[in-house]
Unconditional design. Sequence first.
Length: 134
Amino acid sequence: MTGMLPRPACYLEILRQGEAHDPELEDQGSALDPVGAEPIRIELLFRPYAFLEAGDEVVDHDGRAWFDGPWDWHPFDGQQPTIPAWPLELLSRNGDPAPEDTAAVTRQTRTGSHEEELQRWTRLALAEPSTDQP
């Protein structure tokens, strides 16, 4: 086998400004090893749904339970996925969520909507999310 050794534990995918991630493209953009030898400075402008973590389960205003958000929402009931209606309540985060995590999700979704979160991301990224996402 050939390649870089030691193998990086993770990569950061870098896209041109205004370009959205396309899960169908294998070699889109450039990759950067965040713990590699290159000196880098990264400034986070905006993280959509910063109050949620991968794997969180929530229930929405209409009582519908969801998982796998924020861009790939799946309802537990198996019905046609759309998007959850805010406010959201955190049901599960790695088992039982901490009270402060539950309170943060409730507080952050008391106002606003998925559409507003999407509009903020679109405005700051100067890109549109891929079309297979809600």
